[in-house]
Design a binder for this molecule. Sequence first.
Ligand SMILES: [Zn+2]
Length: 272
Amino acid sequence: MPELPEVEVTRRSFADRIAGAEVLALRLGKPLRWPLGCAPDTLVGRRVVHVGRRGKYLLLQLDDGGCLLLHLGMSGSLQFAHSLPASGVHDHFDLLTSKGLLRLHDPRRFGAVVWVPDERDARAVKLLGRLGVEPLEAGFDPLAFHRALQQRRAPIKQVLLAGDIVVGVGNIYASESLFLAGIRPTVRADRISLPRARRLHAAIVDVLAYAVALGGSTLRDFSNADGQSGYFQREAHVYGREGLPCRVCATPVRALRQGQRSTFFCPVCQTF
Ligand SMILES: [Zn+2]
């Protein structure tokens, strides 16, 4: 599933190239997770001003104040190119612009493209309003992070995955951050001291920034809008490495299930 680093990598792979492009046509395939919310023809003639990101949503800002919110869901990927083959059975959104064709390929169709007239629109508020702070921006503060953890009794990994304190720390990145911080995934969030919360904060920033630098993780078939895969998963300390020696202490990495998701940790390096 594309997580924050993959979405950010995708954004960077086409944001500059599509900026200023005029929308020439829209084509919708099979229904995605939510309806578009407008007649496709009403967007023809608009220009894409900027491509931003909030959590795992890409925000295509249009020149009339409207915005297309794109989500890659479980299996989505974007392509942007001057020309692409005729749309296939899993291509469910084509945005033809004066600078190229933006295409959402999404076999499982948990992705979405939603138009909103502005950011105060009820659907925008519903999708974006409850997201936590951005981990790669200055608003992610260690003291505020620790204070927020003090309010939660759930296991720290679950709290990170929930995304309402800090967005974008998905399964692979939560496991890796907790490893670097030396914290067991099962520890109650409110038991984490300020020094440990600071270590975890720094680990989250490091892991996500490193993942973006490596082009994200390619767990199944992720590629950015230029068709390039990411390589973070090859660098993982614990994720996907059950039974293999810890890269730091050589103890076999353990796996457990938390809330239907696999969690990986080193019983020696993660003692708290
Ligand atoms: Zn270890």
